[in-house]
Design a protein around this ligand. Structure first.
Ligand SMILES: [Zn+2]
Ligand SMILES: [Zn+2]
Length: 414
């Protein structure tokens, strides 16, 4: 229990609520989660982080993740030919078709970022366990750890792989290989590990620095203070870097409705080619059929996989469109005193923010199919132009949600 010793010395953490801008001092460790007194957003608290447990989880996930990269993931047999693919083949085959950006996106979100995250967690918690000083490098790594988390999509990839296998099962016989099972283990342990890492307790463990004079029980904006997007410490408006975590404060200044609107419009624009152009082309016995996202859903439905068809339909059409419309609507209500209660606006924002990443399932379906059914004489799958446009739309919408300033919901009460 590394945190216990320092907890007694400085039991509270100075923070700005990222949702409503309220300045508070929250208990670092508590029986119940600490919530913002103004908007009830969870700010920290909870049981102390057990460094041994986190280290064991991160090392286990690291080993499972590295093994999964090299082991055969799935195999298929069709028209007398047999093939297997590994996770690395998803990126390799996309590169083969000159889809560099897609290859980088898939490899980074599925393997590189989760593994970097786990390496960082292992480094930080090993130092904590050995009671070593948390220096500049560790501070940088903790900031990276917080920022990487949102881009880890190993769980979404697993769903994408399952959809791809169901899609191809009508044309070929599919077999799950050992890498598939180790990857499931990797995803489960990674999720547990990420849940155990309390970033609030990590901020508390950093070497103590001089905090600016602030008053709790009022907003940061009322005191001309700026909320750090990484550790949510209150900072002076003219400072360049956060006094606690060292993060550049320009990101806090960028957050706002203009950036959100620009990102949302760009995301909406990218959805047009994403749905009009083919997301992949399937060649089977000499016949090439381009397949759009919606045509893929209809194929699944006709093939008898209605449940999967509904999941893909929600991921490829409902979530991307609903997310853009919902954020636009929230931007609209944040500009005026609409009748919708603040609590409902915050809830809608959080749901919208959470579901966005699940749309990436379509990209992972294409990546797995392209890697599994490599160009052969009888059957092959090629990535289409819509895949990149769709991925761009998903990422732009995720960035729009991050740039969204929920503090505007409270402007009438500030
Ligand atoms: Zn709040
Ligand atoms: Zn900070």
């Amino acid at each position: 229990m590394v945190t216990q010793k320092t907890t007694d010395l400085q039991p509270r953490l100075l923070m700005v609520c990222p949702d409503c801008d309220w300045v508070v001092r929250i208990p670092v460790v508590s029986a119940q989660p600490a919530r913002c007194p103004r908007c009830a957003h969870r700010l920290g608290g909870g049981p102390p982080v057990a460094a041994k447990e986190v280290l064991a989880l991160s090392v286990t996930a690291l080993i499972l993740g590295l093994i999964s990269l090299w082991l055969p993931f799935v195999g298929y047999a069709a028209n007398g030919s047999e093939q297997t693919m590994s996770l690395l083949d998803t990126g390799r085959e996309l590169l083969h078709f000159h889809e560099r950006l897609l290859a980088i996106l898939v490899l980074f979100t599925v393997a590189v970022i989760p593994l970097l995250y786990l390496l960082t967690v292992s480094w930080v918690f090993l130092r904590l366990l050995l009671d070593l000083r948390l220096g500049k490098v560790t501070l940088y790594l903790i900031r990276t750890l917080v920022q990487l988390r949102v881009w880890m999509m190993a769980d979404v990839f697993l769903l994408g792989a399952l959809v791809a296998l169901i899609k191809i099962s009508g044309l070929a016989s599919v077999q799950l290989a050992s890498g598939f099972y180790t990857y499931i283990g990797f995803v489960v342990v990674l999720l547990i590990c990420a849940d155990r890492v309390s970033r609030y307790q990590l901020w508390h463990l950093l070497p103590h620095r001089h905090a600016p004079a602030v008053k709790t029980g009022r907003t940061a904006r009322q005191q001309q203070l700026l909320d750090c997007v990484c550790c949510h410490a209150p900072n002076h408006c003219d400072d360049d870097r956060c006094w606690r975590c060292g993060e550049a404060l320009r990101l806090s200044r960028w957050r706002g409705w203009k950036l959100t609107l620009a990102l949302l419009l760009a995301a909406a624009f990218m959805l047009v080619p994403a749905h009009l152009l083919p997301v992949m082309e399937i060649t089977n016995l000499g016949r090439t059929e381009p397949s759009t996202l919606i045509a893929g859903v209809l194929d699944l439905w006709r093939g008898g996989d209605q449940a999967i068809a509904i999941i893909v339909f929600i991921a490829s059409l409902v979530i991307p469109v609903a997310k853009i419309l919902m954020l636009l609507a929230l931007l609209w209500v944040s500009q005026r005193s609409a009748s919708m209660p603040v609590k409902n606006r915050l809830w809608l924002y959080k749901v919208t923010d959470w579901i966005g990443r699940w749309s990436m399932v379509d990209i992972f379906v294409v990546a797995v199919l392209v890697a599994l059914v490599r160009s052969g004489q009888l059957m092959s799958v090629y990535p289409g132009n819509a895949a990149l446009a769709f991925a761009a739309s998903v990422i732009l919408t995720m960035l729009a949600a991050m740039a969204f300033d929920t503090r505007r919901f409270f402007k009438d009460e500030s």
